[in-house]
Ligand binder design. Structure first.
Ligand code: NAD
Length: 497
């Protein structure tokens, strides 16, 4: 079997085709006014290709195509088994294009190829497959009603769904939106992040080849302005957004200013990871704590960016943590041995470095703190750890979205829970303890959409709803609950006499 080493990926890169046009109504198109922007690889700072910059008129055309497909019922009118078969073909095709899609994602977003081949692309294929399989399994209800009535409660597709997504897991985050939305029978207009549009554009062609009818799945690359046009559009029925809390707030306003479209928000996080003195395995906890913040360069909404350690075990735990962090030295993302790649672009790297500068003033830097591999032209930052005794410091409160960890100390369970919940976010949290009562008590009191006990970031399958409390958003991706976001609930009452 061919060994997929660095040379393999470099050779593959030489033969890659980069499609940068929008995909609207079943075909690739340049933007109407011909505007384009550069797609830069964070690996070396070089331009990969140019991308169509969709504006208001492109959004109008894409939404009109999606509306027409919906009204003509070319997708929602299919027998559920037919829709399932088409989505399963698409999922299989994404899997068959694993290397190509993984390499596009790696080049575009700087993610290690070791991750894009095992997490991003297989995860997206699995998501499409999972929701395809749900299509002919989920039905409605017959509700209790007066004797002379039959009462049906059904879920119906909502219409045109726009999905606006970020760059940290470009294909995977997009699939968490479009897979349930399409499974429910909607038409979709997807706007990928301007920092990582390549895989979304590519899979549109695969969707078409798998049999998804023209107009049902459209991809409109562009800046935040394209997202804004979708959020303001009066013929978009639902907008599913993943991104920053700041933009999430704007999206709600746009919905209010236009047609009160349904808005679902998956936003930022500043997740606490609590290590109690009776932690069952400090080595495993230290490795998980490092992975929680350094995996994917810390560009994780669930990043365990606040590590709360009990004072009695702090010194021992920090030694183990520093050793675990050394495994995440930044390297060429195309090398399969690399576990930490490049920061997505120059602007994000500068943002993270700014936080590190602020951190040096407020806290004690105990690891990393610098940009590295500058000669490559790419954007690399060392895994960085601050020991911090100020829970209100900026680096402790604000989402950095980079490889920067704050370690805080606590003395009692109540103090740990208080510090953990002292955040405007509530996406995820973790607690490490050997005591069943503490595990239950603390996980109940943590205000977060996901709580891990004696692990972090587990549960990569589709069965668990994912989303946040507080300003981490509303609604849930993944699981059958995700279908609720993309359907209207209808009561039909039939009089028998
Ligand atoms: P972002 O909010 O800057 O951008 C997200 C998307 O919104 C992009 O496609 C962007 O072009 C678009 N956008 C920007 N301005 C807009 C506007 N005014 N109107 C409409 N659309 C607009 O976020 P980002 O930097 O791409 O991603 C990082 C953020 O995403 C972090 O806060 C992270 O926590 C969050 N995130 C959350 C989850 C989750 O599931 N909760 C998952 C991944 C990332």
């Amino acid at each position: 079997m061919e060994s997929k080493d660095l040379k393999y990926w470099q050779d593959r890169r030489a033969t890659l085709h980069f499609e940068g046009r929008a995909f609207i109504d079943g075909e690739y198109r340049a933007s109407e006014n011909g505007k384009r922007f550069d797609c830069v690889s964070p690996i070396d700072g070089k331009v990969l290709t140019e991308i169509a910059e969709c504006g208001a008129s492109d959004i109008d055309v894409a939404v009109a195509a999606a509306r027409r497909a919906f009204e003509q019922r070319v997708w929602c009118g299919l027998n559920p088994r037919q829709r399932k078969a088409i989505l399963l073909r698409w999922a299989a095709s994404i899997g068959e294009h694993l290397d190509e899609l993984a390499l596009l994602e790696t080049l575009d977003a700087g993610k290690p190829v070791a991750d894009t081949t095992t997490v991003d692309v297989p995860g997206a294929a699995y998501c499409v497959q999972w929701f395809a399989e749900a299509i002919d399994k989920s039905g409605g209800e017959v509700a209790p009603a007066d004797h002379h009535l039959v009462g049906l409660v059904t879920r119906e597709p909502i219409g045109v769904v726009a999905a606006v997504v970020p760059w940290n897991f470009p294909l995977l985050m997009a699939s968490w939106k479009f897979a349930p939305a399409l499974a429910a029978g909607n038409s979709v207009v997807l706007k990928p992040s301007e920092k990582s549009p390549l895989t979304a554009i590519r899979i549109a062609q695969l969707a078409h080849e798998a049999g998804i009818p023209a107009g049902v799945f459209n991809v409109v690359p562009g800046t935040g302005e394209a997202g804004k046009q979708l959020a303001l559009h009066r013929d978009v029925d639902c907008l599913a957004f993943t991104g920053s809390t700041q933009v999430g707030k704007l999206i709600m306003q746009y919905a209010g200013q236009s047609n009160l479209k349904r808005v679902w928000l998956e936003l930022g996080g500043k997740s606490p990871n609590i290590v109690m003195p009776d932690c069952p395995d400090l080595d495993r906890a230290a490795q998980a704590a490092a992975s929680a913040i350094f995996y994917n360069m810390g560009e994780m909404c669930t990043a365990g960016s606040r590590l709360l350690v009990h004072r009695d075990i702090k010194a021992t735990f920090l030694d183990k943590l520093l050793a675990a962090a050394r495994r995440y030295q930044p390297g060429n993302p195309m090398d399969p041995n690399t576990s930490m790649g490049a920061i997505v672009d120059h602007a994000q790297m500068e943002r993270v470095l700014d936080y590190i500068r602020a951190g040096r003033e407020e806290a004690n830097l105990i690891a990393g703190g610098s940009r590295v591999h500058c000669d490559s032209g790419g954007f690399y930052i060392e895994p960085t750890i601050f020991d911090n005794d100020k829970p209100d410091a900026r680096i402790v409160r604000e989402e950095i979205f980079g490889p920067v960890l704050s370690v805080l100390t606590f003395d009692t369970v109540d103090e740990a829970v208080r510090i953990a919940n002292e955040s405007e976010y509530g996406l995820a949290a973790a607690v490490w303890t050997s005591d069943l009562a503490t595990a239950h008590d603390v996980s109940r009191r943590l205000r977060a959409g996901t709580v891990w006990v004696n692990c972090y970031d587990e549960g990569g399958d589709m069965n668990f709803p994912f989303g946040g409390y507080k300003q981490s958003g509303n609604g849930r991706d993944k699981s059958l609950h995700a279908l609720e976001k993309y359907t209207e609930l209808k009561s039909t009452l039939i009089r028998l006499q």
